[in-house]
Design a binder for this molecule. Structure first.
Ligand code: ZN
Length: 293
């Protein structure tokens, strides 16, 4: 019996990584009876006679688990956005940050293609970098030719299980391939073909990258706020969370309410006006969401 981590689930098989080797395993009947499904990211006890004939015996308690995509024990999210091609879009970046915060994952912001933008946009991005760093986020500005940025990303990946979020075209796959050329993955292509499939086995796979595990999955590229409610939105803005206890009204949404501590901090210049504007935009979107039945 050994302990390993499921790095891929496909067609009823679970691929368990243990000390440099991957074992193809089946779940035991007992999981089906208990309605427990092993997930990619699970730490499991397994037994294997050969590399292709293994059985998962038990699953360790999960740190967290997600339905879409089906993955467990995620430590952090690399939020990748680009400085150019497509243009830097701060609303989109804040949207991804909200989605990551809503899953209670620690975001690491990577702004790629810094070498492809104008000086004016680069200066704007550096202003944003200051805003995000003040909030406590890690921000890595990178171009694929810049070893320093890549080294920094690598250092954050080590010993962690990381998901990647970001729109397609920002260079998620190129980034991973730059970090580790052996990977040679075309992640955006995977996402698209999955989106069309009807009876898809959601293909979630963890890749060994820079001493850690990285999943690139279509689910974390979604732009929908899904089930997020208005009162949960401000929880996704760490700089609001810090002061919102001082709002006069409980359940203050920091919009039209008087004596709002968040608005006061925006006026003082302690909370970024742009971040606040994006918050109001998202709030409006959630308030106007069509009810679902
Ligand atoms: Zn308020």
């Amino acid at each position: 019996m050994a302990t390993g981590k499921i790095i891929k689930a496909l067609s009823g098989f679970y691929y368990v990584y243990h000390e440099g080797t991957v074992y193809q395993c089946r779940g035991r009947g007992v999981f089906r009876k208990r309605k427990v499904t092993p997930l990619v990211g699970d730490i499991v006890e397994f037994q294997a006679e050969t590399q292709t004939e293994g059985y998962i015996l038990s699953i360790e308690g999960r740190k967290n688990e997600f339905v879409r995509p089906p993955i467990a024990n995620v430590d952090q999210a690399l939020v990748v956005t680009s400085a150019a091609n497509p243009d830097f879009n701060s609303v989109l970046l804040d949207r991804f940050l909200v989605l990551v915060e809503a899953k209670r994952l620690e975001p690491i912001i990577v702004i790629s293609k810094m070498d492809q933008t104008s000086e004016a946009v680069a200066a704007e991005i550096e202003e944003y970098q200051k805003v995000y760093e003040r909030i406590g986020y890690t921000v890595i500005l990178s171009s694929f030719r810049d070893a320093g940025g890549i080294d920094r990303i690598q250092s954050y990946l080590a010993k962690k299980t990381t998901v990647i979020a970001g729109q397609s075209g920002v260079g998620k796959s190129s980034l991973l391939n730059t970090i580790d050329p052996r990977l040679n993955i075309d992640t955006d292509e995977i996402s698209e073909s999955l989106g069309r499939g009807k009876h898809t086995t959601r293909h979630v796979e963890l890749y060994e990258v820079a001493g850690g595990l990285v999943a690139d999955t279509p689910g974390f590229s979604s732009l929908e706020f899904g089930d997020l409610e208005t009162d949960q939105l401000s929880e996704c803005f760490p700089e609001f969370v810090e002061v919102q206890d001082q709002c006069k009204f409980r359940g203050c949404l920091h919009a039209k309410e008087p004596k709002c501590a968040v608005k006061a901090e925006v006026l003082e210049g302690n909370i970024s006006e742009k971040r606040y504007d994006h918050y109001l935009q998202f709030l409006n979107e959630i308030q106007n969401r069509k009810p679902r039945y």
